[in-house]
Design a binder for this molecule. Structure first.
Ligand code: SAM
Length: 316
């Protein structure tokens, strides 16, 4: 039986165009439906590809998508934070091109039972890996303290109405536990005065983003991935990251800058004494965004930002 996987890969040609010439070994950290991996293998038919995704359904779908390439691919269900232990078992392999298209797939968003969408009725789940993660969004909403919830909404959603929304959550869960996405959406909508709600933005957007980031520990996972990349890349290799919101994009941008110029000497020193050496250079001064045509064909690509770093040195 064919697994239906609803996802259109974003910035597909751009990701392929940034691959180093004569790429032999690829690491795809976010397989999703396998779209980026497949295009890369079409361009580099001799390459080997190691791919992971924390969502078992995505691993199944990408295995199907990459069926033609079984002999040269190895796909695992894993988190970014699992990479050190996986690679230590595999003998510390190195890659020419590492790709991470982080965030959610359209497939995860489209399935109401996953609880990611404020547009559809579903349980407040939001786990990217329901096979192994225990804590759901409902667990957080119904058990976390007031301050913790406010911090989640502020830090991960930059939600200005965090205090009001959390006030309503506490009042509501006092009567009965919150259970469904639509229940939460209505509660958020009623917490923000209508005239202050942003046009074209569902008032639940930032709270759902914040909860999803918290449930999946997404920012820490991204930091873990960025720690691993310089250890896993060949000299001359590249890392391409696509992010979908400013919190992630900021982390990627700042890390790339540090890799390019890690010197921490005071600016008035005539020469560097800290001894920290550049690992390479940022290839994308500004993030690469989707073209008008791509946005028209796939509106989800509107918020995608691609940044690429070229490593001249590796850290080992
Ligand atoms: C935007 S989709 C990737 C789509 C894919 N590039 C394609 O072309 O079909 C993002 C995927 O990253 C996975 N993901 C997000 N965070 C992850 C993490 N920390 N570890 C492993 N996979 C992760 C999600 O489960 C999701 O399937």
């Amino acid at each position: 039986m064919k697994t239906q996987f609803e996802h259109v890969s974003v910035l597909l040609e751009e990701v392929v165009d940034f691959a180093p010439e004569a790429t032999q070994a690829i690491l795809d950290c976010t397989l999703g439906g396998g779209g980026h991996s497949k295009r890369l293998l079409e361009k580099f038919p001799e390459a080997t590809l190691f791919g992971i995704d924390r969502d078992g359904f995505a691993v199944k779908a990408s295995t199907e998508c990459l069926q033609r390439y079984t002999a040269q691919t190895r796909l695992n269900q894993a988190n970014f934070s699992d990479l050190p232990s996986i690679f230590s078992k595999l003998g510390e392999p190195l890659f020419d091109y590492i790709v991470a298209d982080i965030g959610l797939s359209s497939e995860q968003l489209a399935r109401p039972e996953r609880g990611f969408s404020f547009m559809q009725e579903g349980p407040l789940d939001m786990r990217m890996d329901p096979d192994h993660q225990q804590i759901t969004a409902a667990n957080l909403l119904n058990n976390a303290g007031e301050q913790e919830l406010i911090s989640i909404l502020r830090n991960y959603g930059e939600e200005r109405f965090a205090r009001k929304i959390v006030g309503k959550i506490l009042a509501s869960r006092h009567i009965k536990p919150l259970e469904s996405t639509t229940e939460l959406t209505e509660l958020i909508s009623s917490s923000i005065p209508r005239k202050l709600q942003k046009k074209g933005l569902n008032p639940a957007t930032l709270t759902f983003q914040a909860l999803r980031i918290a449930v999946n520990n997404e920012l820490q996972e991204l930091e873990d991935l960025l720690k691993q990349a310089p250890l896993r890349i060949k000299s001359g290799g590249r890392l391409a990251v696509i992010s979908f919101h400013s919190l992630e994009d900021r982390i990627v941008k700042q890390q790339f800058r540090k890799w390019e110029n890690p010197c921490v000497c005071p600016t008035d020193l005539p020469y560097c004494i800290c001894g920290k050496k550049s690992l390479g250079r940022v290839l994308t001064r500004r993030p690469v965004n989707a073209s008008k045509k791509e946005v028209a064909d796939n509106p989800r690509s509107r918020s995608a930002h691609l940044r690429v770093f070229a490593f001249e040195k590796t850290v080992s």
